[in-house]
Design a protein around this ligand. Structure first.
Ligand SMILES: C[S@@+](CC[C@H](N)C(=O)[O-])C[C@H]1O[C@@H](n2cnc3c(N)ncnc32)[C@H](O)[C@@H]1O
Length: 268
């Protein structure tokens, strides 16, 4: 339950949410405005406690974050090319296909993008997503899941939607951040596991993909691609999506270290 304390003083009105921001209160107490406020408080007497109305809690603005285009590594960047496994890109279009290699070429089947060895050259379609435009999407308030994302244009099945980017951290940092969030009472997590010791955390830095909510009947999916030796996560449409539809994917959150009271498709 969120509680606030309001002091009605002519001109100055301070709303303090003691459960969410304890660190800020300390800074506030020592600041000039804090000292003045405390002096005023002594003169006024005891504050009155009240519960914040539901509409206020629901209207809580989304947490600010820094927009980034590419992952930022806070851990060692491990580059692993498929060539390291003795697989070299010598793809060419298969007979009867559209004339360029697609996801059915050797590299595509390994979810690795083609390299310069590919005989299709610039027209190659197995170029993962790093050269493809991001779909138009809008940030919205959902009924039950805080902020969410809706498509702002029709999207076709299989099309690339957006890359999931954030800070790439190791397991230890991830655990530290989770504890910190627990202490702050933060319930929104922005974690995506790349492998057993690498997680993309879009809590502080990311793009709109950080707002895509979970559903067990999703319309997009996450795909791991190796692009120039780096594992990157692309979000792709699993069916045709109409403009205005909520974008969702399945978090498969049993892999992560937290649980989620999940609302599914229709209630998001
Ligand atoms: C990646 S964020 C998604 C954006 C988030 N809704 C926000 O307001 O910033 C993931 C968090 O959203 C909430 N969330 C996402 N999908 C949900 C669902 N289906 N049911 C309940 N909560 C959900 C959970 O708090 C989760 O930790």
């Amino acid at each position: 339950m969120l509680k606030a304390t309001i002091f009605s003083v002519p001109v100055m009105c301070v709303v303090w949410n003691s459960e969410v921001m304890p660190a800020t209160k300390k800074n506030f107490d020592n600041s000039h405005i804090g000292l003045t406020f405390n002096k005023l408080l002594k003169e006024i007497g005891n504050p009155v406690e009240f519960e914040l109305p539901d509409w206020f809690i629901k209207c809580k603005p989304p947490m600010p974050y820094t927009f980034i285009k590419r992952n930022i590594y806070l851990t060692k960047k491990i580059k692993r090319r498929i060539e390291d496994d003795g697989i070299f890109c010598s793809c060419s279009s298969s007979p009867g296909s559209s004339g360029v290699c697609d996801r059915d070429c050797h590299c595509g089947m390994l979810l690795s993008s083609c390299s310069s060895g590919c005989k299709c050259g610039n027209s190659c379609l197995n170029m993962a997503f790093h050269h493809r435009p991001v779909k138009k999407m809008k940030l919205v308030k959902t009924k039950k899941c805080g902020s969410g994302i809706v498509a702002d244009e029709d999207i076709k099945r299989g099309e690339f939607v957006i890359e999931y980017v954030g800070e790439v951290i190791d397991d230890k940092t991830c655990e530290e951040r989770l504890w910190k969030m627990k202490h702050c009472g933060e319930t929104n997590f922005y974690l995506c596991e790349i492998n057993c010791d690498m997680v993309i955390d879009a809590m502080y830095k990311g793009n709109k993909s950080r707002y895509i909510n979970h559903s067990c009947c999703p319309n997009t999916e996450m795909q791991k691609w190796i692009i120039d030796g780096e594992t990157r996560i692309g979000i792709f449409a699993t069916r045709d999506i109409k403009k205005g539809e909520n974008l969702t994917y399945d978090y498969q959150y049993e892999h992560l270290h937290y649980s989620l009271i999940s609302y599914c498709r229709h209630s998001i």
